[in-house]
Design a protein around this ligand. Structure first.
Ligand SMILES: [Zn+2]
Length: 387
């Protein structure tokens, strides 16, 4: 069985095989982990966030360091998110924090109150200054519960801004004398909320932009949340959106997700994933354990109807379970978290010891749990790549 997508992409910091998962090193680090910890989990690419790095430590410092790879001393592929989602959420939540026009977005830094202006062009310039290997267009991401009319307007703005981003991208390539071998890959973002027709309109509009500007997008992302307000996985929308993206382009499911959501998206044709779940859950003492009794081929995988709350995932058919290590039942449990896992935690420590670390509030517990969960994700992706 091999009708799954397996692509190889080359970046100036190494090649990657799809499907792959990127943890979020939002501010240039994964909380509690250093580069060696990341390397040992088997994770390679990571996501940094333009908005957060722009505000702190600021671009002045990153440029002085020689780019984000040198600043982090991480010389593997990095993708920067455009920061659009963060800026728009800030203003959607509190309109006093800024103003959105067709030309630009003006916003105030939540920390300092300082006023900043961001445009599609500026977002692309910042991402070139970061020196990342993959960058994402500055788009208009409306919440899924907005009216269809409002989402349609966001789709049209996303297309107009994508054109400005791609024109600026071409300018920067020329100015910086980059070639096809060392240029960053560029991704457009398909918006459209929970409306298949709007997703189609957005994808078609973005493809046209590529034709007009004379450069194909390297990939397309899935914009906005992949679950609805009740947490139900938007199966039809994700499947349709993937089908609207040209076969040869990379498909990036932004913010996806739980292990089962990744396993659901991959056969639809999604290649790349990023999410805070493995590390955030790890910091809260929730650990992923692969259920060896229920191996998937994907075709046999039983999808639950609803994307269950991560901490309450008790689906017996699932290929994994989650344990909450703080529970008193682990106080005297001297087995490893997962006897089949080769991570630093499982090779060296017991559940009882990790329970003690979490109950004592020591950061070592959060570090070890994050390492274990990233190892779980790295192994899951390897399994999918080998299918
Ligand atoms: Zn482990």
């Amino acid at each position: 069985m091999n009708n799954f997508r397996h692509k190889k992409i080359n970046t100036k910091n190494g090649s990657l095989k799809t499907p792959f998962f990127m943890p979020d090193a939002t501010r240039g680090f994964v909380k509690f982990l250093n580069n060696e910890d990341i390397r040992k989990t088997g994770i390679v690419p990571m996501v940094v966030n333009t908005y957060h790095l722009f505000l702190q430590p600021t671009m002045e410092i990153i440029k002085k360091a020689g780019g984000v790879h040198k600043f982090m001393n991480y010389h593997k592929p990095l993708l920067s998110d455009s920061g659009g989602y963060q800026v728009f959420s800030l203003i959607h939540k509190n309109p006093k924090m800024g103003k959105i026009t067709d030309e630009e977005v003006i916003f105030r830094s939540p920390a300092s109150g300082e006023k900043h202006i961001i445009t599609p062009e500026k977002s692309i310039q910042i991402q070139f200054d970061l020196g990342v290997d993959m960058m994402v267009c500055f788009d208009d991401p409306p919440p899924n519960n907005y009216s269809k009319e409002k989402i349609s307007k966001a789709v049209e703005r996303t297309i107009r801004w994508a054109k400005r981003c791609l024109i600026e991208y071409n300018k920067q390539i020329k100015k910086r004398k980059l070639t096809d071998k060392n240029r960053p890959l560029i991704f457009a973002v398909v918006q459209g909320g929970e409306h298949v027709d709007l997703r189609k309109r957005c994808a078609d509009g973005l493809i046209e932009v590529g034709e007009e500007v004379g450069r194909d997008w390297d990939g397309y992302g899935f914009g906005a949340r992949h679950v609805d307000e009740k947490g139900v996985f938007l199966e039809e929308i994700l499947r349709a959106t993937a089908s609207f993206i040209p076969e040869k382009s990379l498909r990036f499911a932004l913010g996806v997700g739980t292990p089962e959501d990744i396993v659901r998206c991959y056969p639809m044709g999604w290649d790349m994933f990023d999410c805070v779940i493995p590390t955030r859950e790890g910091r809260h003492g929730r650990l992923f354990i692969r259920n060896k009794q229920s191996e998937f081929p994907i075709s046999n995988f039983q999808f639950p109807n609803k994307s269950k709350k991560i901490s309450k995932s008790k689906n017996k058919n699932s290929f994994y379970k989650i344990i909450t290590i703080r529970n008193s039942k682990f106080k005297k449990d001297f087995a490893p978290v997962d006897k089949n896992c080769d991570c630093e935690l499982c090779q060296n420590h017991t559940r009882a010891y990790l329970n003690h670390l979490f109950r004592s509030g020591d950061p070592l517990g959060m570090r070890l749990a994050s390492i274990h969960n990233l190892r779980f994700y790295a192994k899951l992706m390897k399994e999918l790549r080998e299918m």
